[in-house]
Ligand binder design. Sequence first.
Ligand SMILES: *Cc1c(COP(=O)(O)O)cnc(C)c1O
Length: 386
Amino acid sequence: MTGYTRYSCQDIDDDDIEAVVRVLRSGTITQGPVAGELQDRLAAYCGAACGVAVASGTAALHASMAAIGVGPGDVVWTSPLSFVASANCARYVGARVEFVDVDLADGNMDLNALEARLVDAEAMGALPRVVVPVHFAGRALDMPRLSTLAARFGFDVVEDAAHALGASYADGSPVGSCRHSRATIFSFHPVKTITTAEGGMVMTNDRALAETIARFATHGITRDERRFVLPSAPYHYEQLELGFHYRMSELHAALGLSQAAKINRFVKRRREIARRYGSELEGLPLLRPPADERSAWHLYVVRTAPSGCPATRDEIFRALRARSIGVNVHYQPIPGQPYYRALGHRPELFPRALEFSTTALSLPIHTRLSPADQSFVVQSLREILA
Ligand SMILES: *Cc1c(COP(=O)(O)O)cnc(C)c1O
């Protein structure tokens, strides 16, 4: 296989495989110590007090909403230019979703648009309970500004950092430190910075929230006697609320723990690839993403320029796919999905997300993309756009 055939893919070595095999031989394949070690490791990496390992990034979002107490009657605001999970988490708990348009320059939520919407919402008594920003493509949003708005208008922030493990904010603190938010979620799907096959984590500095999330991920059950309502017995456990089964197995956690040692190396390589695209695509009729040495570079999204491009986005997409180059589109706007249309949403209400989506093309970027693979991608684009 060549590295250009997919826009992203996992990077698994023998040491990762051995770590999983060790757990397989250990006798404890779920509810053992390794998930806890992964939590501690990533909490230390991010500078957060707690991490709670769960079955997916989506489960991390769902658990965060539930633990914060979001429910029917509440509204959650997120970006229309994201994976559907960023919005679905609100629906799981019965809340309504609204979207805030993005900045065309980088695909992140437009904080000027957000502020204007908040002023209107306050006047109408319709403020969001939670805002879920998405660090699009691994580039951190201006979190100090968002947290100022959160304090002023009284909402919580849960960062969808599925793209951004290994990134840092403008002030240098790592994404996941939760300095400016109630919680931050990561995904360990194979396309993300590190993988557990399927998996995710919630980071937070709020220990009580972390405990509630951990309980939510295991049916709402506690084995902590201090929390028991009924008289306890040695075999006793109590279900305190309705939770889900969202635990991460020891096999997944072992893979994640082995991968966690490589975050900086993986992100460094992604940054090199982004830098090289940045210089070698210069002069082509494509809009490049802003250079960003703090981004985790989960995606490298170019956009077809409004004029002067000899091919449409879809033509370029097909021509690259015909060369087995695994380009993709991130994302079709969430409000345009049939499920969200049926709830009354319309992508046209988010013209910048729509424009981004119809002009965007994600080029391959991942640690297994060799210099020769990247040359092939660049050369192919030059030929298609000649
Ligand atoms: C991948 C992703 C998720 C969901 O993560 P899973 O682990 O696949 O559940 C959520 N939000 C964004 C922006 C993502 O890219």
